[in-house]
Design a protein around this ligand. Structure first.
Ligand code: TEU
Length: 551
């Protein structure tokens, strides 16, 4: 049975989670050591970001061998121990598969470079135009998306780093290789797959210059994407009732998303889209700062929730992952209202229609590190953009303001377990610095405090299991024009849930129009609870879940 609707997924970035051998890098044994912690939180799946053999130019999203584990993370025995330990605790393992590209260290690419036509056709090689690359498409990490290969006088496409060569999904032999990989891991007991940038795999037949953009409009939700996903489903996970899948689909449209996730289409279980995480991008540009646009955020959440429901689609609901800054530093207030705002943001997401994802450290309110020294950054994208921003004429101070707000390293600092050296992550030197607030923000303190952020997340997970209305209810926006409160109602048979979230650090009043407000009880709040009334004052970042059930 696919039970993802009332499940919660916990994302682990193994490199930064827990280091069992004290070499400064987290590893699979480190995850095994923390299974009791994850069981205590109550999550159903753990999604592990890639730990396959890789030169680590993009921390494992540059895979050089899909069938083996990078020694830095451990061995196949360690992975088996992880599956076994997790299964005992009723936790399932979700792997992160990167099929838009491989590392250029992959044997397929190496054979391609030697001129083997079979393997050359696994990738996208094209002739240039008058000494220029085949098109003007831009890599997501900066610069042109084509790299010249002298011996062929041709270029290969890389939508990400130059060491991440895009695969040619037009080639049925390549597609078969992908099925083999997925089936191999299914045999190992994997019960979920997160498919990296999967809506970018279908490129148009004719690759041409983009005169109004960077090329993404040609390959995002590309021409044969639905066909490829249906075939992947049919040849791999579609044969297994109990496997769930989530596609990472950054800028997909509602129309496509409904196809990807409506069960009748037999493509994927659900989709991550990122539109709601671009509301603080100026002109849609990640590298231009802007205060977040609350009205836009509400509108996006309301529109996506409603459209997915109407078209029988399903979304992953989330604020955080290993590419995003920490949400409490971004939409909350990590200085004055750390606990309140972290809890409010959690409630806002966890009561939605969709499967909630928690990213390691989010459940204890981990913050951005505010590193203002480029030597402290590790991420290829941050390092590239530091230079690009400086070249664009930004002062050093402006550049740091942007990098501190936007770097993917914001979420990659070591998990803060306790107040021991390196936050209990490792006794060696961590590959990336530990945030200096670890003595106050850590797991140990959260576990011993009944009112901690951790216990709030734990309660939210329990509520999803206890009240069917959270997983299955319909969604209705409330207070759509309110300038500070994001509110919604969920309804199922005789159950009603009302969720009120104040997104700002000051009191605000709401006027509701509910006749039977006396029938509601408060299920969870981040303050001393108050009763539901038609005129309420919400305190800074206050959030409350009200519930009623009629006979
Ligand atoms: O990310 C895809 C992606 O487009 C972004 O989240 C990207 O990191 C961001 O827009 C850059 O500003 C996925 C992975 O989650 C990411 O870690 C990988 O680097 C990327 O794919 C390539 O595999």
């Amino acid at each position: 049975m696919k039970d993802f609707k009332n499940s919660v997924v916990y994302q682990i970035y193994p490199k930064s989670f827990n280091d069992s051998n004290n070499d400064g890098l987290g590893d699979l044994r480190g995850v095994v050591e923390k299974l009791d912690y994850l069981e205590g939180l109550g999550v159903d799946y753990i999604w592990l970001t890639p730990f396959f053999v890789s030169p680590q130019n993009d921390n494992g999203y540059d895979i050089a061998d899909y069938y083996n584990i990078d020694p830095a993370y451990g061995t196949m025995e360690d992975f088996e121990a992880l599956v076994e330990g997790a299964t005992k605790r009723n936790i399932k393992i979700m792997l992160d598969m990167v099929f838009n590209h491989t590392s250029t260290h992959h044997v397929w690419f190496q054979k391609a470079l030697q001129g083997d036509p079979k393997y050359k056709n696994y990738y996208i090689f094209r002739k240039g135009e008058n000494g220029n690359p085949p098109t003007n498409w831009v890599s997501k990490f900066g610069g042109n998306a084509w790299e010249y290969v002298e011996q062929f006088d041709e270029y290969y496409l890389h939508l990400f780093d130059v060491t991440q060569a895009d695969l040619n999904w037009e080639n049925p032999e390549l597609r078969q290789e992908v099925y083999n990989v997925v089936n191999f891991w299914i045999e190992k007991g994997v019960k979920g797959f997160r498919l990296d940038v999967i809506n970018l795999i279908s490129k148009p037949d004719l690759l041409e210059n983009d005169y109004i953009g960077d090329g993404r409009r040609f390959y995002t939700d590309g021409p044969r994407i639905h066909q490829y996903l249906k075939e992947l489903n049919e040849n791999t996970f579609g044969k297994h009732e109990d496997i769930i899948t989530v596609g990472e689909m950054s800028s997909t449209t509602i129309e496509n998303c409904l196809k990807y996730s409506n069960p009748d289409e037999k493509e994927l279980s659900m989709v991550f889209n990122f539109h709601h995480l671009k509301v603080d991008y100026k002109d849609g540009d990640k590298w231009k700062l802007k205060e977040f646009d609350f009205a836009e955020l509400k509108d996006l959440l309301n529109t996506w929730q409603t459209s997915m429901m109407e078209g029988n689609g399903w979304n992953a609901v989330f604020w955080c992952n290993h590419d995003q800054p920490r949400i409490v530093s971004r939409l909350g207030d990590d200085k004055n209202y750390h606990k309140q705002s972290a809890k409010m943001l959690a409630t806002a997401i966890h009561c939605l229609r969709g499967t909630p994802y928690i990213y390691q450290g989010e459940e204890i309110g981990m913050t951005n590190p505010y590193f203002n020294d480029i030597n402290k950054y590790r991420d290829v994208e941050s390092l590239n953009y530091y230079n690009i921003l400086r070249e664009q004429g930004h002062t050093e101070e402006e550049t740091y303001d942007i990098i501190m707000a936007r770097s993917r390293d914001n979420s990659r600092t070591p998990m803060q377990w306790n107040s021991n050296v390196n936050a209990g992550f490792s006794e060696g030197t961590p590959w990336i610095g530990v945030i200096d607030n670890y003595e106050t923000i850590n797991v140990e303190r959260n576990l011993s405090d009944e009112n901690s952020i951790y216990n709030h997340y734990k309660k939210l997970i329990q509520l999803r299991k206890q009240y069917n209305v959270i997983a299955d209810g319909i969604y209705e926006p409330m207070l759509v024009d309110h300038e500070a409160v994001y509110a919604y109602r969920r309804l199922l048979d005789n159950e009603v849930l009302i969720v009120l979230n104040n997104f700002y650090g000051k009191d605000t009043t709401v006027t509701l129009n509910i006749e039977d407000f006396d029938d509601y009880t408060c299920l969870l709040s981040n303050y001393e609870s108050q009763n539901l009334t038609n005129q309420m004052t919400l305190r800074p970042y206050e959030s409350i879940i009200f519930y009623k059930k009629t006979k």
